[in-house]
Structure formats: structure tokens, C-alpha cells
Design a protein around this ligand. Structure first.
Ligand SMILES: [Zn+2]
Length: 194
């Protein structure tokens, strides 16, 4: 295996041509920076594997959009604006990492990346069963928790780790939040076939 040059991997998304620049298509610089933090939580070897095959797009204040050709050839992850940490949180300092809204944002992004990494299938397009889909969801949650906790440990914040139970509680909360927000049934971020 060739040596991974960390400096090249993690060049800011504001630098044209960087991996982060190619992957991240957010509506604000701050949101781009948050996605950078999520990508830095991935084990280096996994980010290195995914880096040329990933598009992470924020859809928040626009009415509609069409994906660029470069994005269509990638694993595409679409984020809604309301999952981002509130304004005022600085990236991943100790104050921010204590906030559930910060860790849950990272979990949501890592969960979707886990689906991409594992090349999970779709109920609608691949015909997998609800049981198979739920198995994929559990696998994505486990991977995301492992990645996030390992990263938090590596920067000295292991006490702010997530448990699977906390993740499930957060999922339940966000389902309720979406139901209230939309006034109707709303399929949650983890994509179970409900
Ligand atoms: Zn999912």
C-alpha cells in the first residue's frame, strides 16, 4: 500500500482542486467546514479509498437543483440544511464537542458515508427486503459510531463518545421533529423503508 500523505488529503475545501473541494458542495463556507470535520472523522485509509468517489451536497435554501456530471459519477450524499450545528459553534473544540447537535451532525454524515462505503442497496431500486434494509441501517450506525468514537478518542475527547442507544434515541427524536416540521409522515435520514 502506498503511503497516505495527510497534508494532501485534508487540504481545505476553499482550495480549488483539493479533495474536500471536489467532494463538498455546501451552501455556505461554514457548512463546508463542518462537512470537512465529518470527513476527518473517517479512518484515514477509508477516506483515502472514498475520496475520489464521493459528493456531499447541501440542499437547503434552493428550490431545486441538477447534479453536475462530476457528481453523478460519484456516491452522492444529500444533506438538508437543518442538520448542521447551530451558528456559534466553533468547529471541533471541547465546547462544541459537548453539544449533542454537533455529534449528531457528525453521526448523520458518517452514517450516510457508511452506506456509501458498504455499497448498501436500496429497497426501491434493488428490491431488498425491509429486514435486509434494517440490517444495513444497523451496520451503518455501528460503523458511524465506531468511526466517530475512534476519532473523538484520538483527539482526547473520548468522554464525549456516543453509544448505539444514544444514536437510536437521536434517530427517534429526529423522526418526531420531522413529523412536526412537515406536519406529516416523513422518512428519516437513515432511510428505513417506512
Ligand atoms: Zn441509513
Amino acid at each position: 500500500m502506498s503511503t497516505i500523505n495527510t497534508d494532501d488529503l485534508y487540504v481545505s475545501s476553499s482550495v480549488k482542486g483539493s479533495y474536500f473541494n471536489k467532494i463538498i458542495d455546501c451552501e455556505t463556507k461554514k457548512h463546508s467546514r463542518w462537512v470537512e470535520v465529518a470527513l476527518k472523522c473517517l479512518p484515514k485509509v477509508i477516506f483515502s479509498e472514498l475520496k475520489s468517489n464521493l459528493a456531499i451536497i447541501e440542499v437547503n435554501n434552493i428550490a431545486a437543483c441538477r447534479l453536475a456530471a462530476a457528481q453523478r459519477s460519484c456516491e452522492v450524499i444529500i444533506l438538508t440544511g437543518y442538520i448542521f450545528p447551530p451558528e456559534g459553534r466553533t468547529l471541533l473544540d471541547e465546547e462544541a464537542v459537548q453539544k449533542k447537535g454537533v455529534r449528531s451532525f457528525l453521526m448523520i454524515v458518517l452514517h450516510e458515508i457508511a452506506h456509501a462505503y458498504k455499497m448498501h442497496k436500496s429497497c426501491k431500486y434493488d428490491g431488498i427486503t425491509k429486514k435486509e434494509n434494517n440490517h444495513q441501517e444497523d451496520e451503518a450506525n455501528r460503523l458511524a459510531v465506531d468511526w466517530l468514537n475512534e476519532y473523538l478518542g484520538s483527539i482526547g475527547y473520548e468522554k464525549y463518545s456516543f453509544s448505539i442507544e444514544e444514536i437510536q434515541a437521536y434517530i427517534d427524536n429526529i423522526v418526531e421533529f420531522n413529523k412536526r416540521r412537515r406536519g406529516s409522515q416523513f422518512s428519516h435520514w437513515s432511510g428505513r423503508a417506512e
